[in-house]
Design a protein around this ligand. Structure first.
Ligand SMILES: Nc1nc2c(ncn2[C@@H]2O[C@H](COP(=O)(O)OP(=O)(O)OP(=O)(O)O)[C@@H](O)[C@H]2O)c(=O)[nH]1
Ligand SMILES: [Mg+2]
Length: 260
């Protein structure tokens, strides 16, 4: 039985061309959901467009942050927002249609017997049809690297389309999570595994964005590899229950003009 009170958290940075369409598609797929847009003062005006949406979608709210602070801290802000409210399950979802909203009901339904549900590209039925060889190699190798070094029983450790039950977010030490990109995604899986939460992977087809530009960078890939090594060494050196090994990207949460 699907949970009654989901929240879809969508971080945005320069997604003006995608914003309205992705929000409409989310509400088509999951009408009962609330939506939180977390915008980092996008220069293309995404935040201003977002401010018009609550008039059309009363369960949508916008969190404005004063500048680009990274995907990981945007999700942490979304998790905090959810924990202050009556929300059962929180989705992480990109704004660029690589995460197709039509999967939302299946991911939500899977939380019936899982605490973290991952929209997975690396289980049977999952695919990345638009990727060239280099992208496949980076992502594939990164996943094997993380899975092996951190002993994660998960095929897609870097996935960004996820649904967390509230109990998982309550167990996270949100103050300690200061990672930015794929490292953030691996760390959340790692914490779930360490804390014994049930994890399920649901296959998704992951197309490339059609409009707007990617924010993936070499620095984000490097952060992920560095994080896995530090986490591996830190875990061995300090034992279980440590806070995240890295403070790779530290930035204070300074939400401005949060409409709550
Ligand atoms: N608020 C916020 N959102 C961000 C930031 N960086 C990226 N995003 C958003 O996070 C989502 C994923 O970013 P993408 O640029 O698509 O990165 P990606 O999916 O890893 O890379 P591609 O597969 O190349 O698209 C999108 O909705 C972005 O707008 C950030 O610093 N702050
Ligand atoms: Mg993307």
């Amino acid at each position: 039985m699907p949970k009654a009170k989901p929240l879809v958290a969508i971080p945005t940075y320069n997604e003006a061309e995608n914003l309205e369409a992705i929000v409409a598609a989310v509400y088509d797929a999951l009408p009962q959901t609330a939506v939180l847009i977390i915008d980092d003062a996008s220069p293309d005006g995404t935040g201003r467009l977002a401010d018009d949406l609550p008039a059309r979608y009363p369960s949508l709210q916008v969190l404005h942050r004063p500048g680009k602070q990274g995907l990981g801290t945007a999700y942490v802000a979304g998790f905090r927002y959810a924990l202050e409210r009556d929300v059962d399950c929180v989705f992480e979802m990109d704004a660029d249609f690589s995460h197709d909203p039509h999967y939302l009901p299946a991911l939500l339904a899977a939380t019936d017997d899982a605490d973290l549900v991952i929209g997975s590209r690396y289980v049977p039925g999952g695919r990345t049809p638009d990727w060239g060889l280099s992208r496949r190699l980076i992502s594939g190798f990164g996943n094997v690297f993380a899975r092996t070094l951190l002993q994660l029983p998960v095929r897609d450790c870097t996935a960004g389309f996820k649904c967390y039950r509230r109990c998982v977010l309550e167990a996270f030490d949100l103050d300690a999570i200061r990672l930015e990109g794929y490292a953030f995604q691996i760390e959340t899986v790692y914490q779930c595994v360490r804390k014994g939460f049930r994890i399920k992977e649901v296959p998704i087809v992951f197309p490339d964005r059609k409009v707007g530009t990617s924010k993936m960078s070499k620095a984000i890939v490097a952060e992920a590899f560095t994080y896995v090594i530090r986490r591996r060494l830190g875990g061995a050196a300090h034992g279980a229950g440590r806070a995240p090994a890295s403070g790779v990207v530290g930035s204070e949460e300074r939400p401005r003009n949060a409409r709550v």
